[in-house]
Each structure stands twice: as C-alpha cells, then as structure tokens.
Design a protein around this ligand. Structure first.
Ligand code: GLN
Length: 216
C-alpha cells in the first residue's frame, strides 16, 4: 500500500492499547471485574493468550487463588509475556490473589509459588483467616473521589491477605480498621487491594485504574 506523504505512520494497535483494560481470565472473579471496568467507562476484554495481552493498555489480575492462577498462566504460555509487560510499566491492578501475585515478597507462600514482584511489599497470604472468616468493612481510601470527606468504601475480604511491610516507594492507600493492617497500595503503575472492589457496585477504584491507563 502506498504511504501518503506527510502522514505519520501510527501503529494500528496504539488506540486499542490505551483504551482497553484486560482482565486476566484464567481463574477467579473475571466477569465481575469486566463489569466494573465497563461501568467506569472503559472497554474491558478477557485475556488468556499473549495476543490478547498485546491488545490491552493495562491488566487486572482478579481475586481467586494465586497459586492456581500462576499455574494456569504457565500452561497458557503467559508468565513470560506478563512479566515483560509488567516490567515494562504496563498499568496493573491486582485484587486479593492479584495483590499476592504483584508482591515482591510473600510470607507463608506455597513451596513453589512465584510472583511478578512489581510492588516492593511483603504480603501474608490468608492473613485474615479462612473462607468462613470472610468479612466486610467500611474503609477510607486515600485519593478516591471525594477523598476522606466522601463515603467510605465497602471492602469485601475473602481469605484475604494483608500487607505486612512496604518499601519507601510504595504508597499505603488504606488500612483495615480492626487490625490497622495495610490493605491497599500503589507503586507507580501498579495498584493492589487485599479486598474485592469488583464485588460491590462502587467503581471508584476501577475509575482510578482507568485514569492510570489514560495517563500512561
Ligand atoms: N487466599 C487466596 C490466595 O492465596 C486469595 C483469596 C482471594 O483472592 N479471595 O490466592
């Protein structure tokens, strides 16, 4: 095809990359994240294969079971491409199992468990107890619309981890009131929550993530 003179060559994927949020769709609450992203005004697609990862500007790693998601990612040939995009600064948002998968260090990790290590934090898996000890709590989250003056965020904790320690480059966005433990963090293009914002109708955290993609 003849290139028109004076027209800059723009890669066809550029628009899609900035507008579309992927949800890693190997296991866990994928549909809920897809719905929450759409309600925050962006396009969301499930991501299972490297070509789908190429088409998105940012990725959500959902709640589920971190060891299972990692094993499936390996089977689908996704761990290498995911490591590469995440290391390259792609905006990424992990909830619960997703937070675990973004951590640099785990306490009580499964023997062969690996993580992407993009957030300089130490995470304790299942820190709040087992499935039966799941709970909801109203928490304040720094930087969400309305700030401290806005309504609190209804946070759903299911076999949730907590963040035991953060490095100097990590911002603690929220603590769980009963324990005082850190349950939401951000380090540059990486956002993570120990709870499940996708299981409520409150899309303020998904909106922050969509804005992070638009700013990239
Ligand atoms: N405890 C789970 C894990 O280790 C996470 C639980 C969740 O995502 N609700 O992956």
């Amino acid at each position: 095809m003849t290139q028109m003179t004076g027209t800059p060559a723009v890669p066809a994927s550029t628009g899609a990359r900035t507008a579309t949020v992927g949800v890693l769709a190997l296991q866990g609450d994928v549909a809920e994240h897809l719905r929450a992203v759409e309600s925050a005004g962006a396009t969301a697609i499930p991501v299972r294969h490297p070509a789908e990862l190429d088409a998105v500007g940012g990725l959500i790693i959902p709640g589920g079971e971190s060891t299972t998601i990692w094993k499936l990612a390996a089977i689908f040939g996704m761990t290498g491409p995911l490591r590469e995009r995440i290391a390259g600064g792609m905006p990424v948002f992990g909830s619960c199992a997703g937070l675990i998968m973004l951590a640099a260090r785990l306490v009580d990790r499964a023997s062969d468990q690996e993580t992407f290590g993009v957030i300089d934090m130490t995470v304790r898996r299942n820190a709040f107890g087992r499935q039966g000890e799941s709970f909801e709590s109203d928490i304040e989250i720094a930087g969400i619309a309305g700030g401290a003056a806005g309504p609190p965020f209804r946070a759903v904790f299911i076999r949730a981890p907590w963040v035991e320690e953060i490095g100097p480059g990590v911002q603690a966005l929220a603590t769980e009131p009963r324990t005082g433990r850190i349950v939401a963090v951000r380090q540059g293009p990486a956002l993570a929550t120990a709870f499940h914002p996708e299981l409520t109708d409150d899309n303020r955290l998904h909106s922050i993530f969509v804005d992070m993609l638009r700013d990239t």
